[in-house]
Design a protein around this ligand. Structure first.
Ligand SMILES: NC(=O)c1ccc[n+]([C@@H]2O[C@H](COP(=O)([O-])OP(=O)(O)OC[C@H]3O[C@@H](n4cnc5c(N)ncnc54)[C@H](O)[C@@H]3O)[C@@H](O)[C@H]2O)c1
Ligand SMILES: [Zn+2]
Ligand SMILES: [Zn+2]
Length: 367
């Protein structure tokens, strides 16, 4: 079938919205009619050419929500009409990682996904016979996508698509960092560095876990106000001095749980330093540039601080994204402030511009 999609032709150039060919779903695959897709830094990072593992041509986008249109052979868990959220982090429910509750890093399709292929090593998108690769296994800047069944979470049909798509990436990452990775205990003190989609999700996650105090540090006053709306109790200007202020406000000890959501290694260090001696846990969710290293004084660890990394918030996508969506539908999370712009697929490059200007949290493409 033919569909419209935003193609990255060459790094550093605007995406070109055009008609491409999409093949039928094969075994274990599902055809999804997409209705909404968030525009994320990771899309821009690849489009810019800064990501050394990037490839082109490809259809970008990985924060999709839509409705199953058709299923290929051997698909058992999804049927036409089901509402789904796309998962760049799949859950096969069979590999040794999926069977272990300590991790969400499914091993099933990693290698082919990293190459821009579906699990069988090919792609479904093409143009005049030329293969167009599948970005993060998703390629959701498009009217339709074909994805593996194991990379789709079936969610409540009551969730509006523009909110459901937020769970595909940063929001679940932040929520999960607090709920799964850190498993914040009720009554504790938390500190979140960064108030983008991930940091705001972490603030909300700390609140849902019953944290008593939630510090949030960011450079932008507007974003700090959004953090207050998600439950932050103390707002701090990021940068030099943020650690000292957190220590001051916690009797010199630091926070029980800290979260880094900026991708900046200097801020990661601050998040470690702001964690409480004896049991403070620092969860790193930001993605640093390739080759960058984290500089930490080892004595901070000997005296009881710990550091954990968190990919997609430790969320096992098919099991947990539907639960998070239900909590949102039950009124536990306010998502309205996160959707700042609604744009058409044709305006996708404007979505990148808005993001670079830090105008709002998410531009959502309506498809
Ligand atoms: N672990 C995962 O699975 C996963 C998933 C999605 C995104 N990420 C990563 O998480 C990070 C955050 O993503 P996002 O979408 O929220 O990004 P974002 O750019 O929207 O937010 C980052 C925030 O950090 C703030 N900031 C910058 N420097 C700061 C400082 N010195 N102190 C305090 N705040 C500072 C910025 O003002 C901004 O509000 C990125 O590195 C992204 O790649 C990780
Ligand atoms: Zn994303
Ligand atoms: Zn698996």
């Amino acid at each position: 079938m033919k569909m419209r999609a935003a193609v990255l032709e060459r790094f550093g150039e605007p995406l070109a919205v055009q008609e491409v060919e999409l093949a039928e779903p094969r075994a274990g695959e599902v055809l999804v009619r997409l209705h909404a897709c968030g525009v994320c830094h990771t899309d821009l990072y690849t489009a810019s050419g800064a990501d050394p593992s990037g490839y082109a041509p490809t259809v970008l986008g990985h924060e999709g929500a839509g409705v199953v249109e058709a299923v290929g052979p051997e698909v058992g868990s999804l049927a036409p009409g089901d509402h789904v959220v796309t998962l760049f982090s799949p859950q096969c429910r069979e590999c040794i990682h999926c069977l272990d509750e300590r991790t969400n890093l499914c091993l099933a399709i990693r290698e082919e996904q990293n190459k821009g292929h579906l699990p069988d090593g090919t792609t479904r998108i093409s143009r005049d016979g030329e293969e167009i690769r599948s970005f993060m296994g998703c390629s959701t800047f498009a009217e339709y996508t074909v994805m593996p069944e194991i990379a789709l979470a079936k969610v409540s049909p009551e969730a509006p698509f523009e909110h459901a798509c937020l769970f595909a990436c940063g929001l679940s990452t932040g929520l999960g960092a607090a709920i799964n990775t850190a498993a914040v205990q009720p009554g504790s003190t938390c500190a979140v560095f960064g108030a983008g989609m991930v940091g705001l999700g972490a603030v909300a996650g700390c609140r849902l876990q019953g944290a008593e105090r939630i510090f949030c540090a960011d450079l932008s006053p507007q974003r700090l106000e959004l953090a207050r709306g998600q439950g932050a109790t103390d707002l701090l200007e990021g940068g030099e001095g943020a650690v000292e202020r957190i220590l001051e406000m916690t009797g010199g000890f630091g926070a029980d749980y800290t979260f880094e959501a900026t991708g900046n290694v200097a801020v990661m260090r601050q998040a470690v330093e702001a964690a409480r001696m004896a049991w403070g846990l620092c969860t790193v969710a930001g993605v640093a540039g390739r080759g960058e290293t984290l500089d930490v004084v080892p004595r901070l660890l000997i005296t009881g601080r710990r550091i954990a990394g968190s990919s997609f918030g430790g969320v096992k996508g098919r099991d947990q994204v539907p639960v998070l969506v239900d909590r949102y539908l039950a009124g536990e999370i306010d998502l309205d402030p996160f959707v700042s712009h609604r744009i058409s697929l044709e305006e996708v490059n404007r979505g990148f511009e808005l993001m670079e200007a830090q105008d709002g949290i998410r531009s959502v493409i309506e498809l």
